[in-house]
Design a protein around this ligand. Structure first.
Ligand code: COA
Length: 195
């Protein structure tokens, strides 16, 4: 179906097991357009690059996916403490609709999904260029003694070998059932891939 730019997108939150092959292809196609540097990750029906999500927040205009976020509950380790988080990734809006407020709508639906999953915190990594986007939606930078915390994760399997990557900034959390004051001190260890 041709894309109608003036149609108001419809949001839905889906469990991963409910996605059809067509759904995976439609999500992957949009992610490839939104992340052109990583379009080799989102080939065919491969609609994920690292940890496969358990929930998808999807906005569609007709059959076309125009916004998407993936979420998966997982335990990370922070300063040696196991912590349940809702890991959020593959947050994207179709390029022709970026800057129209759809990303803000998407993050509001992510908030609802995180609450429904019963997690203490949402967690994601974002580059410097989009920190403002998340912060304006209530996401908070993870810092210790005024400096960004370091996070360690396994490289996305779409890139090949699962080597350890350490990153010294860009980590953001969303308070869901807990507050930032309850976030443990110390480095963040995913002990696996991110969504
Ligand atoms: C990042 C992205 C999801 C934002 O969606 P969007 O629909 O363009 O954003 P919105 O129009 O809803 O903007 C929401 C707010 O964030 C701000 N914002 C949007 N993109 C921003 C950016 N790159 N840097 C800083 N602020 C940004 C907007 O100014 C707006 O602020 P306001 O509410 O104070 O006016 C979208 O641009 C995108 O898909 N980019 C490519 C993929 C990507 O980088 N995803 C993030 C991966 S971590």
């Amino acid at each position: 179906m041709p894309f109608a730019a003036d149609a108001s997108p419809t949001f839905s939150t889906l469990v991963e097991g409910a996605l059809s092959l067509d759904d995976h292809e439609a999500i992957a196609a949009m992610l490839a357009r939104a992340f052109p540097s990583y379009d080799h990750w989102y080939l065919g029906a491969r609609s994920w690059a690292g940890m496969q999500p358990e929930r998808r927040v999807v906005a569609r205009s007709g059959d076309t996916v125009v916004a998407h976020a993936g979420i998966r509950r997982q335990f990370v380790s922070v300063g040696g403490v196991d912590l349940l988080v809702g890991a959020v990734g593959m947050v994207a809006v179709s390029p022709i609709l970026q800057g129209t407020g759809l990303g803000s709508d998407l993050l509001r639906h992510v908030d609802v999904a995180l609450t429904g999953l019963g997690v203490p915190f949402g967690l994601l990594e974002a580059g410097e260029g989009v920190q403002g986007f998340y912060r304006s939606a209530g996401w908070l930078p993870l810092e210790q003694d005024g400096a960004p915390i370091t996070g360690h994760y396994t490289a996305f399997s779409a890139d090949g070998a699962g080597v350890l990557v350490s990153q010294q900034e860009g980590w953001l959390t969303r308070e869901v059932a807990s507050t930032l004051s309850e976030w443990p001190a110390g480095d963040l260890h995913w002990n696996g891939q991110m969504v």
